[in-house]
Design a protein around this ligand. Structure first.
Ligand SMILES: [Mg+2]
Length: 395
């Protein structure tokens, strides 16, 4: 069976002709047939118009180096995915990967020289899902305020559910509900095109209420059918400063017959405000009622230890940036490890998101992460698909 990546059109960029020929030969051995090469960033730039799927890029080149070339690449309309290779130490490769991601370039990973067939193959085998993921994200432009307003009352709010499993036993523990906005044309688009619009306008409360109602109605139905699980929902700080937020959530739970201890409210770390009193009082009231509270995207913001201590968090959700590929990235791994340790010391649950490979899962298990979430377990699923998934999981 031929893998998708064997159809890739690949460009190898390295100043060393011998390296280029070795890498090209390895790619051929892996069954890739369309391979070209370029000796530096300038030559590669001239090639880009031919439309490549994948670039293997050396970082250290005379003329235009690999980092400079990233700017060229990000400005270019066609955007191939990227694999870095370099003789530099791992930390440099890690920084380069992050730079590229900041420029919205799809990065598959890095290879430390010497390049081998196995190293390339391992990266390529993870490629296909990542590439489609990135494309989906890039093609979403924001909706207009009117579109969001019409959609909230017009049934655009659809929720998908991503499983969260016990990292040790792999038993299903719960799901995170994620917005999949249904356009009038029937396409499903992610929250990034909708939530920021609502947050900038007065629509966020109505959107949050709609999302929470759909999610809790589903959870209530599952619990009534004897399908035991909990559900995490994402909340924005803009929601939590609303004076009636606690009563609003209580009202939805009363209607759906769900008890608060089945519900985790995820609050993004980077949004935690300087003036915390309103948010702190809302979260504390919710915690008193039995809701679980999670600090989402942990590690990406600048929350102080003091905030962590004051907020009634019951869960620390470690951002994917420190989980996916952490085994190969010493600094990411260090942050993952300290976060798990911090959660343990605070006596709260640790959740790792962005688990995309077996290596990610194994590392999290070794470090003692409590709950695992990510494509390696399952992507977000429609409610029907989630039921099927749960039946076949661990049979
Ligand atoms: Mg979340």
């Amino acid at each position: 069976m031929s893998a998708d990546w064997q159809q890739f059109k690949v460009l190898v960029v390295d100043d060393d002709a011998f390296q280029r020929s070795i890498v090209s030969k390895l790619l051929k051995q892996l069954g890739i047939t369309e391979i070209a090469d370029a000796e530096d960033g300038k030559a590669a730039e001239a090639e880009l118009a031919k439309g490549y799927d994948l670039l293997l890029l050396d970082l250290n080149m005379p003329g235009m180096d690999g980092i400079e070339f990233l700017n060229v690449l990000s400005a270019h309309s066609s955007s191939p995915s990227l694999i870095f290779f370099s003789g530099e130490d791992g930390r440099i490769l890690e920084v380069a990967e992050e730079l590229a991601r900041d420029l919205s370039i799809s990065v598959i990973g890095s290879i430390a020289k010497p390049v081998s067939k196995e190293k390339i193959q391992r990266l390529l085998e993870q490629t296909a899902p990542q590439m489609t993921q990135t494309t989906a994200r890039l093609t979403q432009s924001e909706l207009t305020e009117d579109e969001v307003r019409a959609g909230i009352s017009g049934g655009a709010i659809t929720m998908f559910y991503q499983p969260k499993v016990d990292a040790q036993t792999l038993a299903l523990r719960g799901v995170e509900s994620l917005l999949r906005w249904q356009t009038p044309e029937g396409a499903l688009i992610g929250p990034g095109a909708v939530i920021p619009v609502a947050e900038r306008t007065d629509l966020i409360q109505a959107l949050t209420l709609g999302i929470f109602t759909v999610s809790m109605t589903q959870l209530g139905n599952w619990l009534k059918q004897g399908f035991e699980l909990s559900m995490s929902c994402n909340f924005s700080i803009a929601d939590l400063v609303q004076p009636e937020i606690v009563e609003m959530l209580d009202g939805v739970l009363a209607a759906s017959g769900v008890s608060p201890d089945k519900v985790t409210l995820e609050v993004t770390e980077s949004q935690l405000p300087e003036d915390v009193s309103k948010v702190l009082s809302a979260l504390t009231r919710l915690r008193l009622r039995g809701y679980e509270i999670s600090i989402d995207d942990f590690g990406t913001g600048f929350s102080s230890m003091e905030q962590l201590r004051r907020f009634p968090f019951t869960e620390l959700k470690i951002d994917r940036a420190f989980v996916n590929g952490a085994e190969q990235k010493p600094s990411a791994r260090a942050i993952l490890e300290s976060s798990v340790d911090l959660a343990r010391r605070l006596n709260i649950r640790s959740v790792a998101e962005g688990i995309e490979t077996e290596a990610d899962l194994n590392l999290c298990r070794t470090l003692g992460v409590d709950v695992a979430q990510g494509y390696y377990v399952s992507r977000p699923l429609s409610s029907n698909a989630l039921e099927d998934w749960a039946k076949s999981w661990q049979l």
